[in-house]
Design a protein around this ligand. Structure first.
Ligand SMILES: NC(=O)c1ccc[n+]([C@@H]2O[C@H](COP(=O)([O-])OP(=O)(O)OC[C@H]3O[C@@H](n4cnc5c(N)ncnc54)[C@H](O)[C@@H]3O)[C@@H](O)[C@H]2O)c1
Ligand SMILES: O=C(O)C1=N[C@H](C(=O)O)CCC1
Length: 267
């Protein structure tokens, strides 16, 4: 790892971005060199309410920021549309992206991995930085070998823009790697109300709950003859994600492809 990893944070005023600014501020080997925000162009981070004493300038345009500032890593915690654009720009400028922003499709990941490999630089997209959530996904994949009947219920705060969550999409993909294809439910079932059976990923049903008071939660429910198994994870605050962000920043400097999911870098 570089002695001083120079970092840009996109989305510093957001719920996750704020935590990331504090993480970078408190980590000796990390240095915040700039931030990208949809407003506050020309201010410094320390001028925003609740921010640490950081002199990094805020840009309202990622392209300009990348042209003017030298950085090793971009941490993106914005919106699905902005995140995809920022990741492309970072790769174009040889800055390694660590992306927590969700809403990436499998096609986006394939295209961006090809680009990272062409540029020979690392990128990490982690739909969930919480170590417990990564274990929940791994345990669900293990359980799916023995229980092929499964549904996912993800629950998030009601400011979330994307559905299903990135975590639910990733969990479904991990389960579908080991689960023989199955249309969950009765072959003749009818939805009397559209959406009653949730969304489908290869026959696996995903249900999205959005309520104030929630942070990020997921249950993976398996059913078998005479038994059920429920694997559940709860993030009760956004500090739960920060050790994973730190791990991703450290690891993105060591890889030369796009890594999708923290489980690929956790030992
Ligand atoms: N991977 C994880 O572990 C994890 C955890 C929590 C949230 N998330 C994801 O991270 C993202 C941010 O979540 P949040 O809860 O902090 O959201 P938030 O709405 O609190 O913050 C998003 C921030 O992005 C800023 N923004 C929007 N467009 C921008 C642009 N073009 N340039 C710069 N900044 C821009 C907004 O001003 C806002 O401050 C979401 O996609 C969410 O799903 C991922
Ligand atoms: O708050 C959010 O938004 C979160 N999104 C991630 C997802 O889509 O899986 C997970 C953590 C919180």
């Amino acid at each position: 790892m570089a002695a001083n990893t120079k970092i840009i944070i996109a989305g510093p005023r957001g719920k996750m971005g704020k935590e990331a600014v504090h993480l970078v501020h408190e980590t000796e080997e990390f240095q915040l060199v700039a931030a990208v925000d949809s407003k506050n162009n020309g201010l410094t981070i320390k001028e925003l309410p609740g921010m640490p004493d950081e002199n990094a300038f805020i840009y309202d345009d990622m392209q300009t920021c990348l042209e003017e500032m030298e950085a090793d890593v971009l941490i993106d915690l914005t919106t699905p549309t902005a995140g995809k654009h920022h990741l492309e720009l970072a790769l174009d400028h040889h800055v390694r992206p660590v992306v927590g922003t969700t809403g990436f499709t499998p096609e986006d990941i394939t295209r961006l991995r090809k680009k990272a490999e062409e540029k020979e630089i690392g990128a990490i997209i982690a739909p969930n930085f919480a170590v417990g959530a990564v274990l929940m996904m791994k345990f669900s994949q293990m359980a799916a070998k023995y229980f092929s009947d499964v549904e996912i219920i993800e629950m998030h705060h009601d400011n979330k823009l994307d559905a299903p969550s990135g975590t639910a999409a990733k969990t479904a993909a991990l389960i579908n790697e080991v689960r023989p294809h199955k249309e969950q439910g009765h072959p003749e079932e009818q939805e009397e109300l559209e959406g009653a059976r949730g969304a489908q990923v290869d026959g696996l049903r995903v249900h999205s709950v959005r309520l104030p008071g929630l942070v990020a939660h997921q249950e993976v429910m398996f059913g078998g003859s005479g038994q059920t198994l429920t694997i559940r994870h709860d993030s009760i605050n956004r500090q739960s994600f920060m050790p994973g962000v730190k791990l991703a920043v450290e690891n993105v400097l060591r890889v030369n492809t796009l890594v999708y999911g923290l489980e690929n870098i956790m030992e």
